[in-house]
Design a protein around this ligand. Structure first.
Ligand code: MRU
Length: 353
């Protein structure tokens, strides 16, 4: 390991460029990649150097600024036309996490609504990307504290199971699901985290476990097929996961395998919480069947490092996300408090987004 951070910030604006923690190299190496151009940011999102719904939103916002900076014109119309192309490039990277589209949309809206010179628009775009970054950090801290308020109180110290990585690495810092874990740890309400390894890319084993180790939070890594067994053995008091997109009825897309954890939690009467910023709710989609699910390279299934795991000439199917139906979700914890999925239909919540 190169060195260890006190606080984990996966996306940092620094010296006129963006430093990304290279999440493909963790936990063995803690290294940064410097991004100067929008094209490189698009590649970093696609190849998952930066990943996790809010983090790719923040990264894409900076990508929009980097793209704006590259446009060499003082004509407003030309500038906006070229900025639309940058937006298209960044949007084409990963389809499921709505935070990506939300952040790009906010950057574009800012550009279109800003009067003044092209240079002034560029400066406001940098400021907006930095605001998105700062706001996400505050949002995660609020999610953590609201989540703590809805966790079961018996026993006092809980064992929480999580899937994938919805931690500081997946956000501007602190995390959504791991934000709740962090808040629980701070208040001495946490006994231990159970981290599903999360095949095929192992974000649980590599990233969630790494974050817990950095903070001294006790963590037990299990393979994905062990979760139901652990529940049956009364080892788990609550499940907390993140989200990539939540439809208007509360159906929630998150990392592949989340759905089976939710079914197992229901079968064992264990509360199942989704932790996400309001920007993850997509009121345009009435239910989860409309959420686009990314399919990734089959290599992620048949190869680990240089080792090929399967015979050759096989078919593979590698959906990166699944959709947990709203009825399996106890509550959705946001920066404005916890809601049941059916609460989302209330107009006050729509107005918050
Ligand atoms: O494919 P990934 O690693 O980007 O998937 C990440 C997840 O599924 C997270 O749980 C989700 O984005 C929420 S992150 C706060």
């Amino acid at each position: 390991m190169t060195n260890s951070p006190n606080q984990v910030y996966p996306v940092i604006w620094h010296n006129d460029s963006v430093s990304l923690i290279d999440q493909t190299r963790l936990p063995n190496e803690y290294a940064f990649v410097e991004i100067h151009r929008s094209e490189d940011m698009a590649r970093a999102i696609k190849t998952m150097i930066v990943r996790g719904a809010p983090a790719i939103g923040v990264a894409a916002a900076y990508g929009m600024y980097l793209g704006a900076r590259e446009i060499e014109t003082s004509d407003r119309h030309d500038f906006l036309e070229n900025l639309d192309k940058v937006a298209q490039l960044l949007r084409s990277t990963r389809p499921t996490a709505v935070n990506l589209f939300w952040a790009i949309g906010r950057m574009l809206k800012t550009a279109y609504e800003t009067t003044g010179t092209v240079e002034q628009i560029k400066q406001i775009l940098l400021q907006t990307a930095q605001d998105i970054n700062t706001e996400d950090l505050q949002t995660c801290q609020a999610i953590g504290d609201h989540g703590l308020a809805v966790l079961p109180t018996n026993p006092r110290k809980l064992t929480i199971l999580t899937h994938c990585n919805a931690g500081a690495l997946a956000t501007a810092g602190y995390g959504t699901a791991l934000g709740i874990v962090r808040s629980a740890w701070r208040e001495s309400r946490l006994e231990r985290v159970f981290a599903d390894e999360t095949r095929p890319r192992l974000q649980g084993a590599k990233l969630t476990a790494w974050e817990c180790v950095q903070e001294g939070i006790p963590v037990t890594v299990i393979t994905d097929n062990m979760a139901a067994h652990c529940m049956k053995q009364n080892l788990i008091h609550a499940v907390v996961v993140g989200a990539d997109r939540i439809a208007a009825n509360g159906d929630t897309a998150n990392k592949i395998g989340t759905y089976s954890v939710a079914i197992a939690a229901k079968a064992h009467n264990i509360p199942f919480f989704v932790a996400a910023p309001l920007s993850t709710i997509d009121f345009e989609l009435s239910d989860g069947s409309q959420i686009p699910i990314e399919e990734r390279n089959p290599e992620e299934i048949y190869q680990i490092g240089n080792t090929i795991l399967t015979p050759s000439n096989l078919d593979f199917y590698n959906p990166a996300f699944d959709v947990t139906p709203a009825e399996l979700i106890t509550a959705i914890v946001t920066e404005n408090g916890a809601f049941t999925p059916s609460d989302l239909a209330q107009s006050q919540i729509k107005q918050m987004v």
